[in-house]
Design a protein around this ligand. Structure first.
Ligand code: ADQ
Length: 458
């Protein structure tokens, strides 16, 4: 059975959020911003979950896209989303910085939900259509789709890192997952090393013979290549030039007095190195390298995956550490750490980026990290300093930042101090170079390069 859509995007979430008036609004975020115009231009469809439990929403049209919801029950959310996706695959693919948890029922739910996504997609896609599947929640979809619809051109993009062979080998039913990805014609990764890991694994696990960026499987060729994702630079720059946003940034600086502002902005996730950042700042205060009169750390942490045990424990540890630092070094009306367990809108984020002297991005492992790129795009004044973990995909492009190893607190402290001590001329030079990189490589270009390559390889 085939449908009528020539282009179908398949992602865990639909590109919309439920609005208060019962309707829908477009979700924020680079992926949606980049892919929406393409889907709209091609009159395409998007298959994904609405984010609610047990929802049997009917397909609907939104801003030129046909949206096809896949309903998840409370049990699916528990096992497929919070379990297999976020407590097994997510930690394992991030260097196992938290212990991955393995459960048979989770794997079964993952397979069943992937099957539902694949079936919905197979029914929507026209003969010979292009399908673009996204991310670690849906790694079985390419093979499931190809089984029914060998006529389709299938691309897959992984937003998170792909682990080294030895780590991937820990996964129960690991070959199934690998075969799932091999259903695609083109498998895209953030970094070349991830593509290499994937190709090596096809040799080690399935006895295939990868050559350069390709591997032959079942008489087909699968290409694996890096397509580093980026951001909507124009959107960030527009906000950064908006007089209201600039006023907000000035106001923020005034509120904090003449202290230097260090900033962290992340989902509250153990891969983001928030604890390491706090520890480094704590030690700088303890050593007397910085004082509460001189510097302040603002940490914005978006609530994320709150029902997963590892995230609840992380929240407790982070809040304990913030309390400790403020208790030890704070004063009435002057706390060294301002911790916001909140999501902020884009304009407010950009105002914070503009106000920050030092942006600290310290993940233990991160596929790309868009916050680092957003900070650079926001600094239309060429000001500010970026401290960036070597373990992010972004580090390969933003090598004029202060690169640090966040596993080594001493090195993180060194990076933060170097950024605080650097001269304005040095910082402006670095920022100009990084801004040129981000300008050159936008999220539109990323989407175009992936889709052009998909058209070429298949
Ligand atoms: P994430 O792990 O979610 O993405 P990141 O790339 O930093 O991480 O993107 C986060 C986005 O959320 C940014 O656009 C940021 O502005 C926004 N955000 C973060 N904290 C916020 C807050 N408190 N309030 C409002 N907005 C906030 C995954 C991978 C990354 C990869 C992306 C895209 O883990 O490695 O870069 O997908 O592929």
């Amino acid at each position: 059975m085939s449908g009528t859509y020539q282009f179908v995007v398949v992602a865990n979430r639909l590109p919309v959020d439920a609005a208060e008036d019962g309707g829908w609004t477009r979700s924020p975020g680079g992926l949606v911003t980049a892919v929406h115009p393409i889907v709209r231009r091609l009159g395409g469809a998007w298959v994904g979950w609405t984010g609610g439990a047990d929802e049997e929403a009917e397909p609907f049209d939104f801003d030129g896209m046909h949206l096809h919801p896949v309903g998840l029950s409370a049990r699916d959310i528990d096992r497929f989303y919070e379990g297999q996706s976020n407590a097994t695959i997510w930690p394992l693919f991030h260097d196992a910085v938290e212990q991955p948890v393995h459960h048979r029922e989770w794997r079964e739910a993952y397979e069943a939900v992937n099957r539902r996504f694949a079936d919905a997609t197979a029914a929507l896609a026209a003969e010979g259509a292009t399908v673009w599947v996204h991310d670690y929640q849906l790694m079985l979809v390419p093979a499931m789709l190809r089984e029914h619809r060998p006529d389709l051109r299938i691309g897959f993009f992984l937003h998170i890192p792909f682990p080294p062979v030895e780590l991937f080998m820990q996964l129960p039913r690991r070959a199934d997952l690998l075969r799932g990805l091999l259903g695609a014609d083109l498998v895209g990764f953030q970094r070349p090393l991830a593509a290499q890991n994937f190709l090596q694994l096809t040799e080690r696990l399935l006895g295939l013979s990868p050559k350069e960026d390709r591997v032959e499987v079942d008489g087909r060729t699968v290409t694996a290549r890096a397509f580093p994702i980026s951001i909507d630079v124009d959107e960030i720059e527009e906000l950064a030039n908006d007089p209201e946003v600039r006023e907000q940034a000035r106001h923020l600086r005034q509120e904090l007095g003449d202290r230097r502002l260090l900033l962290g902005v992340d989902r509250l996730d153990y891969t983001k190195g928030i604890e390491q950042r706090l520890k480094a700042f704590h030690e700088l205060l303890r050593d007397g390298t910085v004082t509460n009169e001189e510097a302040v750390l603002v940490q914005v942490a978006t609530p994320s995956r709150l029902r997963v045990a590892q995230y609840q424990q992380l929240r407790d540890r982070v809040e304990l550490e913030v309390g400790r630092i403020n208790g030890e070094f704070g004063d009435v009306g002057r706390a060294p750490v301002h911790y916001l367990f909140q999501s902020r809108d884009r304009a407010e984020l950009v105002a914070m980026y503009l106000a920050a002297d030092v942006m600290v991005v310290s993940p233990l492992r991160d596929g790309m990290n868009l916050v680092a790129k957003e900070y650079v795009a926001a600094r239309v004044d060429d000001g500010g300093a970026l401290v960036l973990s070597e373990f992010t995909g972004a580090a390969a492009e933003l090598d004029e930042s202060f690169l640090v190893n966040p596993h080594d607190v001493e090195d993180l402290k060194r990076g933060m101090c170097a950024a605080l001590a650097a001269s304005p001329q040095d910082l402006a030079g670095r920022m100009r170079t990084m801004r040129a990189v981000v300008h050159e490589h936008t999220v539109d270009r990323w989407a175009k390069e992936f889709l052009d390559a998909l058209a070429d390889v298949s």
